[in-house]
Design a protein around this ligand. Sequence first.
Ligand SMILES: C[S@@+](CC[C@H](N)C(=O)[O-])C[C@H]1O[C@@H](n2cnc3c(N)ncnc32)[C@H](O)[C@@H]1O
Length: 259
Amino acid sequence: MSQDHIKQYWEAQGQTHGDSHWASWGDNWMIDLEISTIGKYIRDGDAVLDIGCANGFAAFRQAQNHKLASITGVDFASAMIGAAQQAKSKQKLDVKMEFVEGDVRALQFPDATFDVAYTSRVLINLPTWEQQIQGITECIRVVKPGGVVVLSEGFWEPLALLNSLRLLVKLPPLVEHDFNRYLKQSKLTEYLKKESIEFEIEDYSSIYYLGSRFLRELVTDPNAYPGFSNPVNKFFYELEQQFSGGGMGIQQAVVIKKK
Ligand SMILES: C[S@@+](CC[C@H](N)C(=O)[O-])C[C@H]1O[C@@H](n2cnc3c(N)ncnc32)[C@H](O)[C@@H]1O
C-alpha cells in the first residue's frame, strides 16, 4: 500500500467517525492501556506533542489527566485535524491546546521544543524501515534534552508468537492491516543501541492480547460477542493492570529519555 493510500484511509476514517475513538481503532480497552502507559511519562507543567494525534481522542485524555503547560496534536490527515479542532471547541479544557497538520517524517517544530513527545500506532503506518527511522529521529529531535519520547507501536515478534499459539489450536493467523507495517523489535533495538540512544521497552499489553486475541476464541462464541465487546476482553484488560510481560503484546512502548 502506498503512503497516498494510507493517507486516504485515514482521511476517510476522520470524516466518518468524528470525535469517536473508532476513528483510530475500535479496541477501547487497548486505547485505554495506551493512554495510561504514555500518561506515566507526562508530568504537570509539561509541553506535550501527540504525533499522529488523529481526532485528538488521546490528547484530550492526557489534558484531562495532567495540568499541562500545553499540548499540541499533529497529524497528516486534514480530516483528522478538522475533527480534533471541532472536538476541542466542545471541550472545556483549561490548557493551551492546538491541532495542526504535519508529517512525522518532517515535523515543523524547532529542535528541543517539547518535554514529552509520543506516538501511538503511527510509525507503523510508514511503509519502509528507512521512513520509520526518519520518523523516530524527528520525534527525538523535537524533544528537549532531559525530555521523554514514548513510541507506542505495533511489533512483529509478538504477532509471530500469538500466531504460533493460534496455529497449535488451528485458529487462523492474525494479519496486519494493509495500512500497517509492524516494527521489528530486534531491528529497532539494534538500531537504538548502535546510535547510543538509551531506551526501555514497556510490554504493557501482553496479558490483554493473550486473552483477547487467543483465549477468548477458545472459550466464547464470536457470534454471541462480536468484536471488542467480548467480556473476555474486559476481564483481561483488568488483569493486564495487575500483571504485565510475557512478550505477547503487539502494542509495546519504547521509552527514550533524551540526553
Ligand atoms: C492508528 S491512528 C492512531 C491515532 C492516535 N495516535 C491514537 O492513539 O488514537 C494513526 C494516525 O496516524 C496518522 N498518520 C499516519 N501516518 C502519518 C504521518 N506520516 N505523519 C503524521 N500522521 C500520520 C493517521 O492519519 C492517523 O490519524
